[in-house]
Write a protein that binds this ligand. Structure first.
Ligand code: ACM
Ligand code: ZN
Length: 736
């Protein structure tokens, strides 16, 4: 079927000009399943009344219009224009679906359930000027194009996940997230509420979990980590606060699925209640470099404590789902624990993987005792079968989720290659890339049904999709959560909601740039802006704009463009392309990263012969990351030490010959993300190799030197504890 013809009304962005110069586009995200755009419009003003039985939605619309536009909807209409919002089990809509009809005199939203009415209102708001999400800026045309929409979701599970352990987010951010999720018709918030680096939910029976386990720092039970530096950091949510959050979510058709990550990722618990951890002698590290972070599976106290915790969670969260993690357990902990080994012997188990299955089966029983269904990551399938009701979150790959489905488990798909919002969005941006560079297009492409060869019965087991944000890199820059999530979460929303035959990336991109940027701006989301593509050919810098009408500014001195930089208008002839930087701007609110031409090296670093001395032992070097990496001037490489650094640690770079230069940038940590960096310390430099001058403190792992003479040596000096169990060093960036 040629969907462009069949659904022309839905696909084509229609500009309506209703009297004044204001343009209202029908650019809805996620795209509705069936939509016809008719001529004419409904004018919103103080003569409109609102009626119906869907009170929350009625109040929501009244509140939005009054705040954004100063329009006060009347309660009951006697003639005149009217908006009606009704939930009627006989409305004939699918689950969470709605019918929205806009004519010049009347708007009706009809749905069989409250969720449908809520989503009808969301669509209606997207038919209004973007200021509906914020405050009127003047000049809005408060009218709504006439449309006829019949809409429903493709998947029942449309999720967003957030790790609040590595980075703690205040309640305000959680409420913002719930708003933003609901605007995009997502209906699950998966709250990863505990992990190694902070326990963030009040459990009345185990007060130490939040008295101690919610905090990290030099004098806390949890050491500093993930950008929290050499200071006390943390926070948690009380049960009363969580009750309010849940109420807010329920009103917006969002189910909150709490996750307590067990039996790995549990350093915060075990630091507070060591009796439930393995007493292993050999300190084996988890993939995140943590030790002592695994519950002891051979100890009955473990199950008593988990049961007590689950009792409180079950009483708090209405969701039928209870996510108990199960991922990335380093089973060497169990191999080296006398309790676990004795238990294996007693049970006749041969391999530690059987302990994992034993543990998961016990978790299923505990969940069931409190009326819940167990949810866990891919790894819960390891080592044996599961209850048919247990839900698997397929994260490692598309294949792992598909295997869960083929095994008969209900599965949520969040393959990291499409859905992990901690992955970087281009090679130039901050973020992980162990799974992939996850572009907007990658997230949009995800389709767990069409990308697999499932039987109809297996398709029924695909509950839906989720975008997920792990937060070890989220301490900075400011509002990085929004940068990582938007607009990738919009792509996930369309993947989750809209039938695949209606989806078209170019069309989606047009809706994002033509209308949704303005909406996100009004929603208060500091979304990621795309940068222009720049190449240098025939002495000319050629720039490709990321979208029609994008505002691109540039500099000619290699600095980051600002709002006062020149606007790019066309090809630039130059013999010095490395001096140019370009960025895309959205109002005075947002801008992309700055880029130079992608086919030239914009930096000309000097590469003088250099040798290293340090406080680290050869044996502390991680495999594959030798010290020689940081004398190679290959900027992608780094030297990795398998331990936390502390006051007194140092790395000394000594040049064979003193170097004449204007600037040396000293970066610690992993290149590009400055993870595992020097969080407490400064640089020193020397002109003679003996007398050292104190330079800048490290800020986010970076310090610069502007020498006045030739430099003989540069030293990284730690004055306090670093905030990771690993330390990394890079090549010096030496500029003329
Ligand atoms: C995971 O990313 N370890 C679920
Ligand atoms: Zn044990």
């Amino acid at each position: 079927m040629n969907f462009r013809n069949a659904f022309a009304g839905a696909i084509v962005s229609l500009a309506l000009f209703t009297g004044c110069a204001q343009k209202n586009s029908v650019d809805i995200i996620p795209l509705p399943q069936q939509m016809t755009v008719n001529s004419g419009s409904f004018t919103l003003d103080n003569n409109v009344s609102i009626a119906g039985n869907s009170q929350f939605e009625i109040d929501l619309l009244k509140e939005k219009l009054s705040t954004a536009a100063g329009i006060v909807l009347k309660d009951a209409g006697e003639g005149g224009r009217i908006i009606e919002i009704n939930v009627d089990p006989g409305a004939g809509t699918k689950k969470e679906g709605y019918i929205l009809d806009v004519t010049p005199d009347k708007i009706t939203i009809a749905a069989s359930d409250k969720a449908g009415a809520f989503y009808g209102v969301q669509t209606l708001m997207q038919l209004m000027p973007p200021a509906i999400y914020g405050k009127a800026q003047g000049g809005e045309n408060w009218s709504i194009p006439c449309v006829s929409i019949q809409d429903w979701p493709r998947f029942g599970y449309r999720g967003a996940g957030l790790d609040v352990s590595r980075t703690f987010f205040p309640l305000e951010t959680i409420y913002d997230m719930l708003d933003w999720i609901s605007y995009h018709k997502l209906n699950k918030f998966h709250w990863h509420i505990t992990d190694d680096n902070g326990w963030r939910i009040e459990i009345k029976k185990y007060p130490l979990l939040t008295e101690k386990g919610a905090w990290r720092g030099p004098d806390e039970v949890l050491p500093p980590s993930y950008g929290s530096g050499n200071k006390r950091y943390g926070g948690f949510y009380t049960q009363e606060e969580i009750k309010e959050v849940i109420k807010y979510a329920v009103d917006r058709n969002i189910e909150i699925i709490p996750e307590i990550d067990l039996p790995g990722h549990s350093k915060a618990v075990i630091a507070c209640y060591p009796e439930v951890g393995c007493t292993n002698v050999d300190k084996t590290m988890s993939v995140n470099g943590e030790v002592n972070n695994v519950w002891c599976v051979g100890n009955e106290k473990t199950y008593t404590m988990i049961d007590n915790i689950v009792a409180e969670l079950a009483a708090l969260f209405p969701s039928e789902k209870l996510h108990l993690g199960g991922d990335e357990v380093n089973m060497d902990n169990w191999k080296n624990c006398p309790h676990c080994q004795a238990f294996m012997k007693k049970m006749g188990m041969k391999e530690e993987i059987e302990l994992q299955n034993y543990f998961v089966r016990r978790m299923e029983k505990i969940a069931a005792k409190y009326g819940k269904v167990l949810v866990g990551w891919d790894e819960i399938r390891k080592g044996g079968d599961l209850e048919p009701s247990t839900i698997v979150y397929g994260w490692a790959s598309m294949k792992s989720g598909a295997e869960a489905v083929r095994k008969g488990q209900r599965t949520v798909f969040l393959p990291a290659q499409y859905c992990y919002m901690d992955m970087k969005q281009s090679k130039y941006e901050r973020g992980h890339n162990w799974a992939a560079i996850v572009t907007l297009d990658s997230t949009y492409k995800l389709d767990p049904i069409n990308m697999n060869d499932f039987t109809p019965e297996q398709e029924e087991l695909v509950l839906g999709v989720q975008a997920n944000l792990w937060c070890e890199l989220l301490d900075r820059p400011a509002r990085f959560l929004e940068y990582q999530y938007f607009p990738r979460l919009c792509a996930l929303a369309e993947t989750a909601w809209t039938q695949p035959e209606l989806k078209d990336y170019d069309n989606f991109w047009n809706r994002i740039t033509a209308s949704h940027y303005d909406r996100m701006y009004n929603m208060g989301i500091k979304f990621r802006m795309p940068f222009p593509e720049v190449v240098y050919e025939n002495n000319t810098l050629k720039v490709t704009s990321p979208y029609e009408g994008a505002e691109i500014r540039y500099t000619t001195d290699a600095t980051e463009p600002t709002l006062s930089s020149d606007i790019w208008k066309g090809d630039i002839k130059t013999d010095e392309p490395e001096k140019y930087r370009f960025a895309t701007f959205y109002k005075d609110f947002n801008q992309s990263i700055a880029v130079g031409a992608s086919n030239i090296d914009p930096y000309h670093y000097l590469t003088p012969e250099v040798s290293i001395e340090s406080s680290y032992k050869e044996s502390e070097t991680a495999k594959g990351f030798p010290m020689a990496n940081i004398t190679s001037y290959d900027m992608g490489k780094y030297w990795r030490i398998n331990r936390r650094s502390d006051a007194g640690d140092f790395v000394l770079y000594t040049f064979k010959e003193p170097v004449e230069c204007g600037k040396i940038t000293v970066e610690t940590g992993v290149p590009g993300i400055t993870f595992y960096s020097c969080t407490e310390g400064h640089v020193e430099y020397s002109y003679d190799g003996e007398n050292f001058i104190k330079g800048d403190d490290f800020v986010y792992g970076i310090a610069t030197i502007k020498p006045e003479e030739k430099v003989k040596a540069v030293k990284v000096v730690f004055t306090g504890m670093s905030d990771a169990l690993i330390t990394a060093f890079q090549n010096l960036r030496i500029e003329k």
